[in-house]
Design a protein around this ligand. Structure first.
Ligand code: SAH
Length: 210
């Protein structure tokens, strides 16, 4: 149920759904998603679906993880220094770490962050730097970022995050509350350019830590 064949089928489905960036597909194929879901759900880890993580949070659907990273990479040489807001299980951070050397991930729920740490260690991933904090504030000590991925939905773009984008940097986030849409924000020399993409459903971005 967590075999190479099952994982291969997931990659085939992502390809059928339009994910064309072979490096993104290879990154997803390289990360054993079953390690990141609760044991009772391991048999469903390679279904293309979001799954509960506890604490009312979910591990994102593989298609959405792939889609966000594909959009962030399109037409660029590399993701560069990358920040994820909403580390959750650590799964998306692990996928990002296949594609770039510098990954920071912030999580506001302490016990989830602890689990992300265990999960990343279990797969031998040492590059991801985790932090327990409110990600809406970004990570000023490591800014600027070439890439910022927000894995929780917000009614508006957190201004401190766009400020921490490097020139030509890109941020992707689910915008909206009840109905949400992925938004890509690119920092140009004289402005931030926003593009709206797919309809999605994420858990909400919240303030403070617990
Ligand atoms: N990327 C994760 C899934 C994210 S679910 C994975 O691959 O497993 C969204 C996560 O965002 C939840 O864990 C939630 O606690 C976290 N979150 C919500 N608001 C946040 C904030 N302001 N700062 C940091 N994390 C936040």
């Amino acid at each position: 149920m967590t075999s190479q064949r099952t994982r291969g089928r997931m990659i085939e489905r992502l390809r059928e759904q339009g994910i064309a960036d072979e490096d993104v597909l290879a990154a997803i194929a390289a990360v054993p998603r079953h390690v990141f879901v609760e044991e009772a759900l391991a048999s469903r880890a390679y279904e293309d679906t979001a799954l509960p993580l506890g604490f009312a949070q979910t591990i994102s659907q593989p298609y959405v993880v792939a889609r966000m990273i594909e959009v962030l990479r399109a037409g660029r040489a590399a993701l560069g220094r990358t920040l994820e807001i909403g580390a959750g299980s650590g799964y998306q951070a692990a996928v990002l770490a296949q594609l770039t050397d510098e990954v920071y991930a912030i999580e506001r729920i302490g016990p989830l962050l602890a689990r992300a740490r265990v999960n990343l260690r279990a797969i031998g991933e040492q590059k991801v730097r985790l932090k327990h904090a409110d990600g809406q504030l970004g990570l000023p000590e490591a800014a600027p970022f070439d890439t910022i991925v927000v894995a929780a939905a917000s009614a508006r773009v957190p201004p401190l995050l766009t400020q921490q984008l490097a020139l030509n940097g890109r941020l992707i986030l689910p915008l909206g509350t009840v109905s949400q849409q992925l938004a890509l924000i690119e920092r140009r020399a004289d402005a931030w350019v926003e593009t709206r993409l797919d309809a999605v459903r994420f858990v909400p971005l919240r303030s403070g830590v617990e």
